[in-house]
Design a binder for this molecule. Structure first.
Ligand code: NAD
Length: 240
């Protein structure tokens, strides 16, 4: 028996990296997964259905949510995982850099939760997980836009948890804050900096996508049925 048998999960940014690892993990536990990505999103597994969508497109998100609910009848898990970086010191940061990061990392969660949250309330259960970052907890030079978007997800998740649990619905909303984890997102970070980040963790290593997917699996499953409105740091005990 899988821990997500019969569940339908929507995972944004599921074409690669953390989102893809979550999708594969969830399928192994019995879920049907719908991945949403703005680029190449074909999967060999019949249990992972790829949708092409830019999650910063509010109208596109509305149509997507309505289509999925009509087609499959229910959405049990939503992971707002799609994220981008556009790094620069604040004096060099353009409006486009600020706006695009806030649109994908923050507004997209609103674009989807405003439809999927009420749907979950109506059916009485569900789990929403917003992927934040260690940078949202501690800040980072060159990332005022990224850290602002990721910190904002803490308040967003806590407020939404309160809203969705009204009227007795067992709908939960939590944030996961991954530490530095080996995906394409870190490809541009110089090795000496990655080594430094690894040393700043208690466990002395960077994260692997599976480390983050395991935490999300726990929060998506009924094993975490009494956890809502929380921020779970998955960062090897990072000290910054
Ligand atoms: P990644 O760049 O490997 O993958 C991100 C995915 O999101 C890509 O498939 C991309 O196409 C998709 N995406 C980007 N913009 C999109 C949009 N507008 N619409 C739809 N899809 C879009 O990144 P990752 O490392 O897998 O990161 C996943 C999440 O985890 C992000 O929110 C990121 O901020 C967060 N995070 C990552 C790390 C890390 O070290 N990798 C650390 C902390 C937090």
């Amino acid at each position: 028996m899988g821990r997500l048998d019969g569940k339908i999960a929507v995972i944004t940014g599921g074409a690669r990296g953390l989102g893809l690892c979550m999708a594969e993990t969830f399928v192994r536990e019995g879920a049907l997964v719908i991945t949403v990505d703005r680029s190449g999103n074909d999967h060999p597994s019949e249990r992972i259905i790829g949708y092409r969508l830019d999650v910063s497109d509010a109208k596109g998100c509305e149509e997507f949510c309505k289509e999925i609910i009509a087609k499959y009848g229910h959405i049990d898990i939503l992971i707002n995982n799609a994220g981008i970086t556009r790094d620069a010191l604040i004096n060099k940061m353009t409006d486009e850099m600020w706006d695009s990061v806030l649109a994908v990392n923050l507004k997209a969660a609103f674009n989807l939760c405003r439809w999927i949250g009420p749907h979950m309330m109506e059916k009485g259960s569900g789990s929403i997980i917003n992927i934040s970052s260690v940078v949202g907890e501690f800040g980072n030079i060159g990332q005022v836009n990224y850290s602002a978007s990721k910190s904002a997800l803490f308040g967003f998740s806590k407020s939404l948890a309160k809203e969705l649990a009204r009227k007795g619905a067992q709908v939960r909303c939590n944030a996961v804050a991954p530490g530095y984890t080996m995906t394409d997102m870190l490809k541009t970070v110089p090795q000496d900096l990655l080594d430094k980040f690894a040393k700043q963790t208690m466990l002395g290593r960077l994260g692997q996508p599976q480390d983050i997917a395991n935490a999300c699996l726990f929060l998506a499953s009924d094993e975490s049925s009494y956890i809502t409105g929380q921020v779970i740091s998955v960062n090897g005990g990072m000290r910054l």
